[in-house]
Design a protein around this ligand. Structure first.
Ligand code: AMP
Length: 598
């Protein structure tokens, strides 16, 4: 089913925006796309990185921190943190070396080692970055948890991963973890980040800052196989539990190379990725890629606020800005005047990811900032950008762009359980597929081998997205092939939401869909059938909204609930979410022959 934004993208052709790099003094990294594509190899891309000293393998944290801290960039600002309250803190590469070494030593002393998952539940604070990179140094597995998750998504993810360590803040601990502690049996240590200077005695936890200050600031990274597991990112499917996508240290080759091409990183760039590190973009491009390039990366702790964002772009002289369509649409709502108030001469590259970027937003970039937004496409499983509009390329507003060097994409159609055919005809819809083999490709779903294998058919990785390719090789997004929901850039599994609603004593059945929304793309909407004896009143609706919010957190909980006598299911008992969506949109219901008699 098409998302409304997408339908518009497909039917209206907007004029091409010719290369916006012409006006920039900086020569883009990717000028001759065809030549670079034909000459590119991943082994060559690997040569842009150092590897561990003495040929001891490849470790993300070494590439991100140590090689700069022990070289010319030691005093260069790596992270510049802007607190909600207006405080600022700079971390040079030298500071990061010190802090991440300390955290790696903390983990070693706690008996946490290679392959052990270290979960981090925190807002955008420097300690999150230190914990992530320190864990990678220790060859443990960094596993971010979005701070707006409620207890249930946290419990599911920590238990699937069997995380041994949780790093969190005192506020989040008290709000979300304390009451759950007994349901998280794998956790051996909880390290709590308190307000600077205040140590709360929370039973069963240890003080992150105290441990860090007592630890040795020297650490030698042990040999790391490029195929050693490094990152665990949870994503959602239509059914079943969240899936833990496994990424390995070698992914850093793709983070580095793709940032060079798609985000056009140059050594003097000041980069701002607005994505939260609780999700894959905030890790691959919010933590890793800017550091492997030795850049200064801005971290803003606060939530979206258009005025604040413009001020940051100006005051920090941001040169490359990586953001998301929902945020761009929110800025568009605030209006052009607000954007025009701020001159942003440093801003060179505007990039966007995570959801369809409507053509108006691309063009609005030109009106507001003098440059278009460059859309790019990827997903948790791909670990890095796969398709992009490069700075030196003509932009077709509404298109995701062209595959990166080293990435082979195709549009395919399933022809059987184990086969696909490639759709050669331009502008023809099919599933977006990639030839496996790029370094940041996920290596499995944790403990879910069958689900992993199902993603590979006929020699392709099938992405679950429907798309078209035009005759010039530009890809155009159409929609998801499954029922997952994209809301404010976050992928939400309807099953997780339905399961939480079913825990309420009044709920007999629940079916959850993404309802189109002009800003967030979709909002989570639940259809609920009540048990006998319960009336579909407004107060029960409010109670259910609150019930789901407490369990799931604001990022996942439904925003709307509609009562209905029953939820349509097929004869196998599977909820027919597509039918719910069709009804919601007033579209034809399609084939309902498998509908269970209600
Ligand atoms: P996630 O794994 O949470 O990063 O979500 C990945 C999904 O977001 C993709 O499979 C797409 O459905 C969607 N997505 C990401 N980038 C884009 C884009 N540029 N245009 C359209 N959809 C996108």
């Amino acid at each position: 089913m098409l998302w409304p934004e997408t339908r518009q993208i497909m039917t209206v052709r907007w004029p091409t925006i010719t290369k916006d790099s012409a006006s920039s003094k900086v020569v883009p990294n990717l000028v001759d796309y065809d030549r670079v594509r034909s000459e590119f190899s991943w082994s060559q891309a690997r040569a842009a990185l150092d590897g561990l000293p003495g040929g001891a393998g490849l470790n993300i944290a070494h590439e991100a921190v140590d090689r700069h801290a022990t070289g010319a960039r030691r005093q260069h600002v790596a992270l510049r943190w802007l607190s909600k309250e207006g405080a600022e803190r700079n971390y040079t590469y030298g500071d990061l070396l010190d802090q991440t070494n300390r955290f790696a030593n903390v983990l070693t002393r706690l008996g946490i080692g290679k392959g052990d998952p270290v979960a981090v539940l925190a807002g955008r604070i420097p300690e999150l970055y230190i914990a992530a990179l320190g864990a990678l140094k220790n060859r443990s597995v960094f596993m971010p948890l979005f701070s707006a998750f409620g207890p249930e998504p946290i419990e599911a993810r920590v238990n699937i991963a069997r995380a041994k360590v949780l790093v969190t803040t005192d506020a989040l601990y008290q709000k979300k973890i304390e009451g759950l502690r007994r349901s998280l049996p794998s956790l051996e240590h909880v390290l709590v980040i308190g307000e600077p200077g205040s140590v709360k005695n929370l039973p069963g936890t240890r003080d992150f800052r105290a441990l860090l200050s007592q630890a040795d600031n020297r650490f030698t990274i042990l040999p790391t196989d490029p195929e050693d597991m490094a990152l665990l990112h949870f994503t959602s499917g239509t059914t079943g539990k969240p899936k833990g996508a496994i990424h390995v240290h070698q992914a850093v080759v793709a983070h580095h190379a793709t940032a060079r091409f798609a985000l056009d990183f140059h050594p003097d760039d000041v980069f701002w990725c607005t994505a939260d590190p609780g999700w894959v973009t905030g890790t691959s491009y919010g933590i890793i890629a800017p550091l492997t390039h030795g850049l200064t990366s801005i971290i803003d702790e606060a939530e979206f606020d258009a005025e604040r964002w413009y001020k940051i772009l100006r005051a920090e002289h941001v040169t490359v800005w990586y953001t998301a369509p929902t945020a761009i649409r929110m800025m568009m709502r605030v209006g052009l005047e607000a954007a025009k108030k701020f001159e942003l001469p440093s801003l060179r590259v505007l990039s966007s990811v995570g959801e369809p970027l409507n053509p108006e937003a691309v063009v609005w970039g030109v009106e507001a900032f003098g440059r278009p937004f460059h859309d790019n496409w990827w997903q948790t499983e791909t670990g890095g950008i796969m398709i992009a509009n490069y700075p030196a390329m003509d932009i077709r507003p509404g298109s995701m762009g062209r595959p990166l060097p080293g990435v082979n994409a195709a549009i395919v159609r399933r022809t059987g359980e184990a086969s696909v055919e490639v759709v050669e005809t331009p502008d023809t819809e099919g599933e977006l597929a990639l030839s496996p083999g790029w370094p940041s490709m996920f290596r499995g779903y944790l403990s879910e081998d069958a689900r992993y294998r199902k993603c590979f058919v006929g020699g392709y990785y099938l992405t679950g997205d429907l798309a078209k390719r035009d005759r010039d090789g530009y890809y155009w997004f159409i929609g998801r092939a499954d029922d997952v929901i994209k809301s404010s850039g976050h992928l939400i599994g309807p099953f997780e939401v339905e399961s939480a609603l079913l825990e309420h004593p009044a709920v007999a059945e629940a079916g959850v869909i993404g309802k189109p929304d002009p800003v967030a793309l979709e909002i989570v909407k639940a259809f609920v059938a009540l048990k006998p004896g319960h009336e579909p009143t407004d107060s029960l609706r409010r109670e259910l909204l609150g019930f789901a919010r407490v369990r799931l957190g604001a990022a996942v909980a439904p925003k709307e609930i509609e009562f209905c006598p029953s939820i349509p299911k097929n004869r196998a008992g599977k909820i027919m979410r597509r039918l719910l969506k069709a009804r919601e949109l007033g579209l034809p219901e399609g084939d309902t022959s498998t509908l269970e008699a209600s």
